[in-house]
Design a protein around this ligand. Structure first.
Ligand code: ZN
Length: 502
């Protein structure tokens, strides 16, 4: 695939990710302020230094040091309060109640199998659309996204319809509406044998938890307006090889859709650790640091510039962590600087493969007795992915991480266009150029900066409503990026510059 402009980040960040972050990004590190106005950003030098001296939070890198200035927007806080663990509980139970949601399972029954499950999901999303009271071109729409898949000699042994269930909430700002942010989860399930389409496969946590989260976000967000478009998607065929997500992402790319970010939630309902204890305050967030689409030239440039942690997906992950810190959420992302776990895959990868920024949420300590296992007891040991193992209060907190991130992303401006780091002459300064973000409420830009050995952005410097800035820091020693802010103080994800020689 072709070289993309935002490819690069710091190699040292990969090495550093086992250690504590340079800054915790805790809101407490930020100076008191009365509103999330751009002017606050000028003090971020001090904030970065303060954050760096703070004791690190448990676990590897969390939010970046270039913390979002507070206070948290009240409209988003209200949205988060509407997320209801009781509904999440009921939805997980309902999904498990279909017996199996295997992609090759029965589609005629009204009570069992993937056909019944998808019709129920569509009905729920349509109900959410009706309840929203939105009409006309801003109404939320829900529909099946159908893909006919032929036998592939792998995990599909007969022709099958793979059906995603998709709801689209159009953005209310014409200049931002093209930009889409996804929250997704797979609603198909599996038993021990991936080809067994009839055995009990309740899939309560994998991925009933993520599917319930998507439904709940559709309900609470459909009643509100956001500048950019939100898409709520339940995919099928994930367990058979990311079939639904891959076909959806391929079609989106072919149609020229602008998917600016996708949050995949897969196994997000059980904070317990099979070795004992709980990770109640964390959710892992996986992201690629170099796009899977990077070609040899891109890798060579990454080597030269030390930029191995700045793919758009990584910037997206940083935004999620920053927003969670700003809102003081009960669950915080634990950023993992990897595309995914060993020996496992997920739908976010299907988006990455088409050049879209996409990240994966997964609980901290997975219990493999409760995934991809026939429901049974063997030698006194219980197996199976049952609803009893999903903690609805935790799941609600993970849903809040997603909702807050989506609300900020969808109300923030686009990242600055075509950002360039000028490498034209030997100077001790650094000059960046970019093109203006198209939204009419853009108020200015911030230059982000971090040490080559730092995992997250450490400093944010307000440069005002300009498209070029020169800073008295050497490009040899720092990594830079640019983000846009609007009049309400919402920040875009970081746009990482390409190296320009003229
Ligand atoms: Zn899964």
């Amino acid at each position: 695939m072709t070289l993309r402009p935002f490819l690069f980040m710091s190699a040292a960040a990969l090495l550093a990710c086992g250690g504590p972050p340079a800054g915790t990004g805790e809101p407490a590190a930020a100076p008191p302020s009365s509103s999330p106005r751009p002017a606050e950003a000028a003090s971020d030098e001090a904030r970065g230094a303060a954050a760096a001296s703070e004791k690190a939070a448990p676990g590897p890198a969390s939010a970046s040091g270039a913390a979002l200035p507070g206070p948290a927007p009240a409209s988003v806080t209200k949205l988060l309060a509407d997320i209801d663990p009781t509904r999440l509980r009921a939805d997980v139970d309902r999904l498990a109640g279909f017996g199996t949601r295997h992609t090759l399972s029965d589609t005629a029954s009204e009570t069992r199998g993937i056909g019944a499950a998808r019709r129920w999901l569509l009905a729920e999303l349509q109900r959410a659309a009706e309840a929203s009271g939105r009409t006309g071109e801003l109404a939320m729409t829900a529909a099946f996204d159908v893909h006919r898949v032929a036998p592939d000699g792998k995990r599909v042994d007969r022709e099958v319809e793979v059906v995603n269930v998709v709801a689209v909430l159009p953005g209310s700002m014409p200049e931002a509406r093209r930009r889409r942010y996804y929250v997704l989860a797979h609603y198909d399930s599996r038993a021990s044998d991936v080809m067994d389409a009839t055995a009990e496969a309740p899939g309560a946590n994998d991925d009933g938890s993520g599917t319930a989260l998507v439904l709940e976000l559709a309900r609470v967000m459909a009643t509100r307006s956001f500048d950019a478009t939100l898409v709520f998607m339940a995919t099928a065929g994930e367990e058979q090889g990311l079939l639904g997500a891959r076909r959806h992402a391929e079609a989106a790319r072919a149609a020229g859709l602008e998917i600016a970010g996708a949050l995949s939630n897969d196994i997000v309902g059980d904070p317990s650790d099979p070795r004992g204890g709980s990770h109640r305050a964390e959710i892992r967030l996986f992201s690629e640091g170099v796009p899977v689409t990077a070609d040899l030239a891109a890798w060579q440039l990454a080597r030269q510039t030390g930029a191995f942690a700045d793919a758009p997906s990584r910037q997206l992950a940083r935004v999620v962590a920053d927003v969670a810190a700003l809102h003081g959420l009960a669950v915080r992302p634990r950023l993992v600087f990897r595309p995914d776990r060993f020996l496992r895959g997920g739908d976010h990868t299907a988006f990455n493969e088409q050049g879209f920024a996409a990240v994966r949420f997964t609980e901290v300590a997975e219990n493999y007795d409760r995934q991809h296992q026939d429901v049974r007891t063997e030698a006194g040991r219980a197996y199976g992915d049952l609803p009893a193992h999903v903690d609805a209060a935790y799941l609600a907190d993970v849903a809040r991480v997603n909702a807050a991130a989506l609300a900020h992303l969808a109300d923030a401006p686009s990242p600055p266009g075509d950002p360039k780091l000028m490498a034209t002459e030997l100077t001790g300064d650094t000059t960046l150029r970019w093109t203006a973000s198209p939204e009419p409420d853009v108020a200015g830009y911030e230059v982000l900066r971090r040490a080559t050995s730092a995992p997250g952005w450490e400093h944010a410097q307000d440069v005002g409503a300009v498209t070029e800035a020169t800073l008295p820091f050497s490009k040899d020693d720092w990594l830079f990026a640019v983000r846009a802010y609007d009049r309400d103080g919402y920040r875009s994800p970081a746009a990482f510059p390409r190296v320009a020689r003229e």
